[in-house]
Design a protein around this ligand. Structure first.
Ligand code: CA
Ligand code: CA
Ligand code: CA
Length: 303
């Protein structure tokens, strides 16, 4: 009888043990081991000076004639797998009126010249700097940079900057350019008698080092003579049409006058577009010796 009673007590106790942890709410633990995550690019900024890692930094880009300008594309990459797993950043600079996937060229698209530099920002992030050597012929329009990042697991993502404007570059070079003569920076009419006009064109070539279609302006000074007197600037005349008499040409003055030359936008660094003008002079009475002055050529936007 005592054994049966003891067994009942034990069963009751077991029952209490089993049911003591039952309730309206029970909790189990869940867990997962996180694998790779895609790196994320942010704060992509673009400028011709170092713009810094601040939202909205950067500004317009000014090119320099007949050379390259360094353009910066910078930003931040975050990868929750750790800084050490951010393996590579590349960047594309492109004219936003075209397509980022076009073949790289000096007019509408550039790739980073040297590998983009990156530096550790914290345990999971890096800053990056990419630079482009942008030629003076790059289109005058809005440009943007797309930065692309790859991690050690070959996961990639990219982000484009806001648009930054490359401004119009108006620039030219000029030289005398007569058949059979060496190109020169002196427009030499040769010997012309007093009270006579030069009878042959002397040619001046304008080369455009602009990134837009241009016209240009001319103005000049009197020609001071080594012997006696000076020749009025208006005794010098010009035309885009060859073979005109001095009476049909346009007189040079001290005030800038536009020449509608329509010189096309350069598309190659190696070969620039040109326009030739034709010049004559009338030598008045009262002068002697060698007479020289200056003629100024100024690039202007096409009109
Ligand atoms: Ca990752
Ligand atoms: Ca700038
Ligand atoms: Ca024009």
């Amino acid at each position: 009888m005592e054994r049966i009673f003891t067994s009942i007590v034990i069963l009751l106790c077991l029952g209490l043990l089993v049911y003591a942890t039952v309730g309206e709410e029970r909790t189990i633990t869940d867990q997962v081991t996180v694998g790779t995550s895609t790196p994320v690019v942010s704060l992509v900024n673009l400028d011709d000076t170092f713009p810094g890692y601040v939202a909205g930094a950067g500004g317009d880009i000014a090119l320099v004639a007949n050379t390259t300008t360094i353009v910066w594309c910078v930003g931040v990459v975050n990868d929750l797998n750790g800084y050490g797993t951010i393996s590579n950043v590349t960047a594309v600079l492109w004219d936003n009126a075209t397509d980022e996937t076009y073949t790289s060229n000096n007019n509408t698209k550039y790739l980073n010249q040297t590998p983009c530099e990156k530096a550790q920002l914290n345990d999971t992030a890096a800053t990056f700097n990419c630079t482009f050597n942008v030629y003076w012929i790059a289109n005058a329009t809005g440009w943007r940079c797309t930065a692309n990042v790859t991690d050690s697991g070959a996961l990639t993502s990219g982000l484009a900057s806001v648009d930054r404007n490359i401004g119009s570059l108006l620039s030219l070079d000029v030289y005398e350019n007569n058949a059979g003569e060496t190109a020169s920076t002196t427009l030499d009419f040769g010997t012309v008698n007093v009270n006579a006009n030069s009878t042959n064109d002397k040619n001046v070539t304008v080369e455009s080092y602009s990134n837009v279609v241009i016209d240009y302006q001319v103005n000049g000074t009197a020609l001071n003579c080594s012997g006696t007197g000076s020749i009025n600037v208006q005794n010098v005349s010009y035309s885009l049409i060859p073979g005109q008499t001095i009476g049909d040409q346009t007189q040079l003055t001290g005030t800038k006058a536009s020449i509608n030359a329509n010189i096309s936008k350069p598309t190659l660094v190696s070969t620039v577009p040109t326009s030739m003008s034709h010049w004559r002079i009338q030598v008045p009475e009262g002068v002697a010796g060698t007479c020289s002055g200056a003629i100024m050529f100024t690039a202007i936007a096409n009109a």
